[in-house]
Design a protein around this ligand. Structure first.
Ligand code: C2E
Ligand code: MG
Ligand code: MG
Length: 578
């Protein structure tokens, strides 16, 4: 390089060029045929650690690359990863063999692509691995299953299990998302234990996992393995100072019996899982053809529900809340009914959860309110203008500020918001949402009453009741049925009663069906109100009007008494299936 004859350059020009090479932002080196470095500019010295930044740089890879490139006789592009402790530097280097002054030389230019590489890796990880649990993503397991399917020549069997954590939403609502996340991490560790190299566990969404077991010999072997996994989950999880229990429902499909594509196998495992969810959760089931028929039937209900909402084929039945001593009607509860494609009236049990899952329930609640407003004159005529009107709001809706704001506005727009009560289950109160602190005050301001529905069936305890601010508490039917014969229920009733009294809440006994139950309440408790078939079944106002024109005597007292022959709202005439 000191010889400037070849370049025909002046000393000054040469100095200038050398300075430029030295200061180039890319690392430039020149090596001879033995790999010895003849020239190293500043950037290359820094990249290779020859500037004193590292104790003794490892130049062996660079020498090897040099010899390879020279023997190949053409330019080579390589990625070099230089590690120093935990940090990694990645260089993209172009090696170019040249012949200069009769010597074989290698000119190499490197740029630092560490940042770009880190970003690519991060992208790769997020595309193929779940950030929370570190498990492979859906794409990875799908790819694995597909390659098993492609490579299978008869004989090769595998199982695909769909796992869904039970009541995960409750855990998230109750303990908060951080605890929910931590639980998923712990859960995935337990699920992943005892897997073979060839098995794969993947998290495919929120609380759903897919497990690929391959190879397998028999269905029994899979059943046994899944069972032992489920048993492992029964031990409590200790998270953030809380002891949590989590079970998982599992549906399993087998290749080749239950499908020949990943999608079919996944869907069928999902169908089997769905069956377990309905059968009591926390267990496993293999897919079978009857489940497929069930799934199709469910699909049909789903479609018809969407259509019913679209066509507004809903109506309300009303059931009175009665003063058990005077028989006066304190209020009424609107209970939604669906008229299906064939004109048959369906009770909410068959569609309300589905409406919630499909995101149709908000619209349904507004339809109920609209029907009440439309029928308000008839309601007043039948039950009295003082009767409160209760509307059920699902816990899921109660935790959504946007829906609740709209709903509060709609109640206000009726012009008589103080007539209304909203009934929500206790879950809404104990969930870590803003229901108590932000949403309830909004309704209070309008004069809308708050009622705790089905008390005793949810997740709260009696002590949680002390923190709940509501006007009314409805004791679930399961405590009232045969209350006169059940000392344990009697004890619970007394406890709820005295706590409610202390908190200034009105108590309503739900599902009162018999004279004996009524007699017990009257004799042994201070409970004043009840709702149940004994007094009145839910009724349709139109039927009421047709059956017995409301007399002035019946107004304000148990309105259903005069029409016992047709106190329906569920009548055979209307074809209501129970
Ligand atoms: P709920 O709010 O606890 O309503 C009381 C349910 O118990 C009603 O069932 C009623 O018909 C039934 N019931 C009343 N008295 C008796 C009795 O003496 N014996 C028996 N065995 N049952 C009695 P329904 O109408 O089938 O409604 C079921 C549930 O569906 C309601 O329970 C409520 O949670 C929900 N629901 C009803 N309408 C709506 C609505 O508009 N929106 C929402 N989100 N949920 C609703
Ligand atoms: Mg209710
Ligand atoms: Mg109830």
């Amino acid at each position: 390089m000191n010889d400037n004859r070849y370049f025909g350059a002046s000393e000054a020009e040469l100095g200038f060029l050398k300075e430029i090479v030295r200061m180039l932002p890319a690392g430039v080196t020149v090596q001879d045929a033995d790999g010895e470095l003849l020239l190293v500019n500043d950037a290359a010295a820094a990249q290779l650690g020859m500037d004193g930044s590292r104790p003794s740089p490892d130049l062996v890879p660079r020498r090897e690359a040099c010899c390879q490139a020279l023997s190949a006789g053409r330019a080579v592009v390589t990625e070099e990863a230089l590690h120093e402790g935990a940090t990694r530097q990645v260089l993209l280097t172009t090696h170019r063999p040249v012949r200069l002054a009769g010597r074989e030389l290698l000119i190499s230019a490197s740029s630092d692509i560490t940042e770009q590489k880190n970003f690519e890796d991060q992208l790769f990880r997020s595309a193929y691995f779940d950030e929370l649990t570190g498990l492979p993503s859906r794409r990875v397991i799908e790819h694995r299953a597909n390659s098993l399917l492609a490579g299978s020549r008869g004989g090769d069997r595998f199982a695909l299990a769909f796992l869904d954590v039970d009541n995960f939403k409750h855990i998230n609502d109750y303990y908060g998302h951080a605890v929910g996340d931590a639980l998923l991490v712990e859960l995935s560790k337990r699920l992943g234990r005892d897997l073979r190299e060839t098995d794969m566990l993947s998290r495919i969404s929120g609380d759903e996992f897919l497990l690929l077991l391959s190879p397998i010999q028999s269905q029994e072997e899979v059943a046994e393995f899944v069972q032992s996994t489920l048993e492992r989950l029964t031990a409590p999880f200790f998270i953030d100072g809380s002891e949590l229990f989590a079970s998982t429902s599992v549906g399993i499909s087998l290749y080749p019996e239950h499908g020949s594509s990943f999608e079919t196998l996944r869907q069928n495992a999902d169908i089997a899982m769905y069956r377990i969810k309905n059968d009591g959760k926390g267990m496993a089931a293999f897919f079978d053809a009857s489940m497929e028929r069930e799934a199709q039937a469910r699909m049909k209900i789903e479609q018809s529900l969407r259509l019913a909402i679209l066509e507004k084929r809903f109506c309300c039945a009303f059931q009175s809340k009665v003063d058990i001593r005077t028989q006066a009607v304190k209020g009424i509860e609107a209970l939604v009914r669906l008229r299906d494609d064939e004109g048959v009236i369906q009770a909410p049990g068959s569609f309300i959860n589905l409406a919630g899952e499909l995101g149709l329930i908000d619209e349904l609640t507004h339809l109920v309110l609209a029907e009440i407003v439309k029928s308000i004159d008839l309601i007043n005529e039948t039950f009295g203008a003082e009767a409160t009107i209760s509307i059920n709001v699902a816990a899921k809706q109660a935790g959504k500020p946007e829906f609740m704001r709209n709903f509060a506005r709609a109640l206000e727009e009726t012009g008589f918001p103080q007539r209304f009560m909203i009934e929500v289950t206790e879950d809404a109160f104990v969930a870590k949402s803003h229901f108590q602190s932000e949403i309830l005050p909004m309704f209070r301001k309008l004069g809308v009453g708050i009622s705790i529905d089905d008390f005793g069936t949810g997740y709260s305890s009696l002590s949680a009741l002390a923190d709940i601010t509501a006007d009314e508490i409805k004791i679930d039917r399961s405590f009232i049925t045969d209350i006169h014969k059940r000392p344990r229920s009697q004890g619970i009733l007394r406890a709820i009663e005295s706590l409610s009294e202390a908190l200034g809440m009105t108590v309503i006994a739900e599902g009162l069906e018999s004279y004996e139950e009524l007699a017990y309440l009257q004799a042994a408790t201070k409970i004043r109100y009840a709702q149940g078939y004994y007094f009145s079944r839910p009724i349709f106002l139109e039927e009421l009007k047709l059956a017995t024109p409301a007399s002035s005597e019946s107004r304000g007292s148990v309105a259903s008494r005069p029409m016992q022959q047709n106190r329906q709202g569920y009548s055979r005439a209307s074809g209501y299936r129970r």
